[in-house]
Design a protein around this ligand. Structure first.
Ligand SMILES: NC(=O)c1ccc[n+]([C@@H]2O[C@H](COP(=O)([O-])OP(=O)(O)OC[C@H]3O[C@@H](n4cnc5c(N)ncnc54)[C@H](O)[C@@H]3O)[C@@H](O)[C@H]2O)c1
Length: 287
């Protein structure tokens, strides 16, 4: 991990002299990688995580990387856990500079076949959790005269690929929520960004669920094809926060989907429909 900061000498994040960040789901994948990038810049890092072993592992790594960790047991589907996290941060650090609503899960399925329990589960984890995080921390940011919120969405929230509606919906909601915050929070000097990555290798498939085994196979194949690591995505995100970027489209294919859908919506959906109908996705993935 010692390479992050050396590679990113330009990252100064001067606008946050107190260097305090809280990341939900920092026990693995992107959350952990981001924690380590900030640790190498000497930040205090609050790891808000449901899995205590993963949280402790990240905390050890943060210490080794030069940061000061605190572990906050937190289930992001429980608003009271995020309220408690905000209270603890206020007491222990006297405030916070960056909140990253990152924790999330993935699922797939046709709209009509996705069990209602899956819809409820993923909406709670990917969407309501961000609402709870914002509700808990925005008053603190307003009181202290500023702050920064980074919400984890996904390119799925833009691309709307077939057989992924339950995931797409939660991520589109995260984008919309962050867009609303962007204007609401301007008078309070609170910056916001929304991250929209395509696939990168993490433990996201651990909790993945789908009614059809082939959907799991496809998701696995997309992950295996990705050349992106969580570290690479995290470095991109830190640079983007430094530049106050609002939409953080971390990979080329995310930027392509964004532009195609924005400028040529009819062509975009016809193209996706054609690829889906003819099975080109599966051939591309070799399944
Ligand atoms: N990996 C990708 O390809 C990809 C692409 C786009 C967006 N994302 C998003 O990135 C975010 C992070 O995912 P990741 O890929 O690093 O996955 P990951 O599974 O490696 O990490 C997710 C972390 O969240 C924690 N978590 C799960 N449920 C929780 C809960 N209820 N409360 C608190 N923490 C909880 C897990 O224990 C884990 O440590 C997710 O929101 C995901 O949707 C990932």
């Amino acid at each position: 991990m010692d390479s992050y900061y050396r590679k990113e000498k330009n990252i100064k994040l001067k606008k946050f002299p107190e260097k305090r960040i809280l990341i939900t789901g920092a026990g693995s994948g992107f959350g952990r990688a981001l924690a380590l990038v900030f640790a190498e810049m000497g930040w205090q890092v609050a790891i808000a995580e449901i899995n205590p072993e993963r949280a402790s592992q990240t905390a050890e790594m943060v210490k080794k990387a030069g940061g000061q960790p605190i572990e906050i047991p937190c289930d992001v589907t429980r608003p009271e856990d995020l309220e408690a996290a905000a209270k603890r941060i206020q007491e222990q650090w006297g405030g916070l500079d960056i909140l990253v609503n990152n924790a999330g899960v993935a699922a797939a399925g046709l709209v009509e076949n996705t069990p209602l329990e899956t819809w409820e589960w993923i909406l709670a984890l990917n969407t309501k959790s961000i609402i709870y995080g914002c509700r808990a921390f925005i008053p603190m940011f307003k009181d202290q005269g500023g702050g920064y919120i980074v919400n984890m969405a996904s390119a799925a929230g833009i691309a709307s690929l077939p057989e992924m509606a339950c995931y797409n919906v939660t991520k589109a909601a995260a984008i919309s929520l962050t867009e609303t915050l962007r204007t609401e929070l301007i008078p309070f000097h609170i910056g916001v960004s929304v991250i929209c990555p395509t696939f990168f290798k993490t433990n996201l498939m651990d909790q993945f669920t789908s009614p059809d085994a082939q959907q799991r196979e496809m998701a696995n194949a997309f992950f295996n094809k990705s050349r992106y690591t969580p570290e690479k995505i995290a470095r991109h995100v830190v640079k983007s926060i430094n530049r106050n970027r609002f939409y953080i489209l971390t990979q080329h294919d995310a930027r392509l989907a964004w532009r195609l859908k924005r400028f040529f919506p009819e062509l975009y959906f016809k193209g996706i429909g054609f690829i889906y109908r003819t099975g080109l996705f599966k051939r591309f993935l070799g399944i």
